[in-house]
Design a protein around this ligand. Sequence first.
Ligand code: GDP
Ligand code: MG
Length: 431
Amino acid sequence: MFDKISSGIKEFLDRFGRKGLLTKKDIEDGLEFFKKILISSDVNIKVAKEILRRVKKEAEKEESLKSLVPQEQMTKILYEELIRILGKTYPLKISSIPPTEIILFGIQGSGKTTTSGKLALYLQRRGYRVLLVPLDLKRPGAIEQLKEISEKVESKFFFEENKNVYSLIKKAKNFSKKNGIDFIIYDTPGRLHIDKEMMQELKDIRDEIKPKETLLVASALLGQGSVDIAIEFKRKVGLTGIIATKVDGDSKGGSILSMKFVTGVPIKFIGTGEKMEDFSEFDPESFAGRIMGFGDIKGLIKKIERVKEEEREKITLKRKEKFDLNLFLSQMETIEKMGGFSSLLSHIPGVPAGFNVDEKEIKRMKAIVQSMTKRERKHPEIIDGSRKRRIAMGSGTSVNEINKLLKNFKMMKQMMGNKNLDKIIRRGGLL
Ligand code: GDP
Ligand code: MG
């Protein structure tokens, strides 16, 4: 499963293993190589471009962390961007009044009938009563196949000799109400190729049933072909989800990576073999981890997060230690030039409203700081009562004003210790 794409991704990541820092050139060369891997893995061109764009953007943004090798950083970026492309996990929708009706659509051989049984088993294991209904009335073999499958998974099965698919649907609905059925799964006809007539027929069936879920069963082995099929079904019939089948034989992963992004329709389940148990909810995180060839990608992500946090804490601590009255003064000047405090501080939680400085005040602050000794500016905590009186005399201000300045300084210093300060300031549009 996915061995072709994952060996390609490994090769891509290995390129970053030896280098000390992540440079722009490294990133560009690496991505050029990565593009080829994506394309040869049947990843849709739009999706490939989007992955490359996002990885590039993130990689250039990424701070160079000394305690992480570029390979680890790139791994994390790629993992996160793949997940973003794939979306979340999308659970099955359930009707508030049973039964919840599900239609499976798809071309012939994609695995609809098999998947009907798999989905029935999946739901029964969660305590639901499931009814399987064949709607492929033209092929007697299709009805028999679904019946056998329903016996295998021990679900209910409903069929009556009837020439009309609509009356069969009505009868199945009635049967389910009488028998306390929670889910009806309709297996539908599908031809080898999509044509207008078939699409209209399927649309009519869907309109008659008004299902909670209209799911496309699509073979992952078709690569770009399955993306085209999904586009077509979405446009002509409408879809609420996709079940990707034959994932066990898929070495490329391209169709799974592409379908959601291209169509906007989420992948809800995957089929991973011929047995009824070979079926699971689609989990973007584990899929991304698998195509990247990692057993324990979550462990690596946690490590990277921890290192980042530690680095950020160190930077913050240094910033706070360095912060003295000289820096305070120059900061006040900058803020005043930028149009006062309130616009900046309104973004910071815990700052009292109306806290502001104006030009006149800056002048007085300057006078106060200039009347201090070098040591006092570096270590304001030594400024006691007698020093305050001396500074007030020297600057032509009052002890009250000095107290106010020291209070503001303290508050600013506290802010310097906020790990998220950069983010806050950036959000305020000041960086
Ligand atoms: P339908 O024409 O869409 O109803 O397709 P079927 O359900 O009859 O399946 C066609 C073939 O695909 C059968 O041989 C199934 O056993 C096989 N198949 C279905 N799903 C999977 C899967 O997830 N993995 C594998 N390996 N084979 C599958
Ligand atoms: Mg079938």
